[in-house]
Design a protein around this ligand. Structure first.
Ligand code: SIN
Ligand code: FE2
Length: 203
């Protein structure tokens, strides 16, 4: 893509292989406590193709009845989310330019045929803080547009170890994942892609 809106940064290969492997281990720990679940679209209840969980004092969830929201407990187990690993807090500190720590880390797991439609991240009260996003495993085609759904979009590939920061004017940019490229990484034994997004929710 020729240019990204101000405040959107793509940092290819930001995490080396060892750091990626370590993050996968940490994610496995999170998933052991807070299992991946199938989120539902508000209203229709249509299942999303991406499975999700969270760590942090808050987690982003969605279901048919109550829609998109943050809550402090896992919708399946009812337990508080596990805490955000220090390594991810460090990453946020290095890249966010924001004084307060993230409250939520959404864990998205994409199987080879999963995708995520174009959307804005706008369920947070604090929109001054950026969203910091980490890609692990198979590559994907990431699409990003403007502040209106009708704005033109562009797409580029995200690979394992890449980090994207959506901040500034790009904080509310529409974005989504068009497709996964199966077999493009050896990081996850069973394939697929993990995306971690760190968010500050409250001011
Ligand atoms: C998201 O927008 O929540 C996920 C983005 C990604 O998977 O890269
Ligand atoms: Fe998003």
């Amino acid at each position: 893509m020729a240019s990204l809106a101000n405040g959107i940064r793509h940092l290819p290969g930001y995490l080396d292989r060892a750091a990626q492997e370590h993050l996968v281990e940490l994610v496995r720990g999170v998933v052991a406590e807070a299992p991946l679940y199938v989120p539902e679209m508000p209203g229709t209840g249509k299942p999303m193709s991406v499975r999700m969980t969270n760590c942090g004092s808050l987690g982003w969830v969605t279901d048919k009845e109550r829609g998109y929201r943050y809550q402090s407990t896992h919708p399946g187990t009812g337990n508080p989310w596990p805490s955000i690993p220090r390594e991810l807090l460090d990453l946020w500190e290095k890249l966010s330019g924001y004084s307060k720590p993230p409250e939520a880390c959404l864990v998205n797991f994409y199987s080879d045929d999963a995708k995520m439609g174009l959307h804005q991240d706008k369920d947070e009260i604090d929109l001054e803080a950026p969203v910091v996003s980490v890609s692990l495993g198979s590559s994907c085609l990431f699409r990003v547009g403007g502040l209106s759904r009708k704005d033109p979009t562009g797409s580029f590939r995200l690979s394992s170890g890449d980090v994207v920061v959506l901040g500034g004017e790009g904080r509310l940019a529409f974005h989504g994942v068009d497709r996964i490229y199966p077999g493009t990484s050896t990081l996850l034994k069973n394939g697929g892609r993990i995306n971690l997004t760190l968010r500050r929710v409250n001011r």
